[in-house]
Write a protein that binds this ligand. Structure first.
Ligand SMILES: [Zn+2]
Length: 363
């Protein structure tokens, strides 16, 4: 994997990640394909709207159908028929957020499956083995995500554990698979800094900031975004994990982050909330009943080119499968287009204007 920054506008960067499976223009939004599918979308449709990389979840694929099954069926790319880059998370965050029970030890974490209550263990060895079986292009180290709020003592213990696990993952790094480190440390600047310095000492292909958007106030999230980004190496991709509200994305890109993932565009689409050039819209509203116009007059996606708001409202209220499909196509197209335009604004030295304009639409 190779990363180059082509243009900088303030701290905002336009860059390029080169992988064996294709190019990734940054800043990039990675649609989330939790269980090996970006919900409601075929791989062809994802390519059609310009997705360059997707994210998939180790925790989910490990529990079902199991990484060995996926490996025996040719790896995740073959399994889901997606030939562009895939980033897999390590499973650490899902163990933290989904598992009914978890017990952290020095070598990893015991957890109870949210599917059938069975007990499992995930540590650096397991996380690297699973991601190697999946054959993702970018793997993530397993980290210990401290909950919000966390005491300084707890956050420090979890931060040192994260460093220890990251070092072990680095030893197990597989040829041909990039590996990113993850910075934890809750809302404590000195812990974040210490974690980052240790990770850089170990040496990774990219650096992620995790443990944000876990319930902390927005001001604290923004403070940590501004604090962490400039500390991360300039010549490596910087990934802000799990944050995808566009207002937050703008602040993060301004600070110097390059990579993002979030279930928001896909999940909201299925719930009938759609992003448009004029802000969010709920398609179920009465006012759209006889509306012949497109979702977003400025959008050129398949949904907007072919269907009216009146029809989309009808599909949604009738709980038709097509509703989820058309809404997802639009929302992901909107997101990817937003990122493309943001990148262009950086290249043109106009990111400040871009940010200001969108902050009036999406406060
Ligand atoms: Zn559209």
């Amino acid at each position: 994997m190779k990363f180059t920054v082509s243009t900088a506008d303030g701290h905002a960067r336009a860059g390029l990640i080169e992988t064996n499976k294709g190019l990734i223009n940054t800043p990039v939004f990675m649609p989330v394909g939790t269980v090996g599918t970006v919900k409601a979308m075929s791989p062809e449709e994802l390519k059609e709207i310009g997705a360059e990389i997707i994210l998939s979840n180790t925790y989910h694929l490990y529990l079902r159908p199991g990484h060995e099954i996926i490996k025996s069926l040719g790896g995740l790319h073959r399994f889901m028929n997606w030939d562009r880059p895939i980033l897999t998370d390590s499973g650490g965050f899902q163990v933290y957020s989904l598992s009914a029970l978890r017990k952290i030890e020095e070598d990893g974490v015991h957890f109870k499956s949210h599917l059938d209550g069975s007990m499992h263990f995930l540590g650096p060895e397991e996380a690297m083995l699973i991601q190697s079986s999946l054959g993702s292009d970018i793997a993530m180290v397993i980290d210990d995500c401290a909950p919000y709020p966390s005491s300084y003592a707890y956050a420090m213990t979890s931060m040192y554990r994260t460093i220890k696990w990251a070092a072990r993952c680095r030893e197990l790094k597989r040829e041909g698979q990039a590996l990113f480190g993850i910075v934890q440390g809750s809302l404590y600047e000195d812990l974040r800094k210490k974690n980052m310095e240790e990770l850089v000492g170990i040496g990774f292909d990219g650096y992620a900031v995790g443990g944000l958007s876990v319930g902390e106030p927005k001001e604290d999230m923004h403070r940590m975004i501004r604090f962490t980004a400039p500390l991360l190496p300039e010549n490596k991709p910087r990934y802000l994990m799990g944050i995808g509200e566009l207002g937050d994305v703008l602040k993060a890109v301004e600070a110097g982050f390059d990579m993002f993932d979030c279930v928001m565009p896909t999940r909201n689409a299925r719930n009938g909330t759609l992003f448009t050039s004029r802000g969010k819209l709920s398609i179920k509203r009465e006012e759209f009943k006889a509306d012949s116009g497109p979702l977003d007059p400025e959008c050129d996606c398949y949904t907007c080119k072919n269907y009216s708001r009146g029809y989309l409202r009808h599909l949604f209220l009738s709980k038709e499968i097509l509703s989820m499909r058309l809404n997802t196509i639009h929302n992901l197209h909107f997101y990817l287009n937003f990122f493309r335009n943001m990148r262009k604004s950086i290249e043109e030295g106009m990111f400040g204007d871009f940010k200001k304009r969108w902050e009036q639409i999406i406060p």
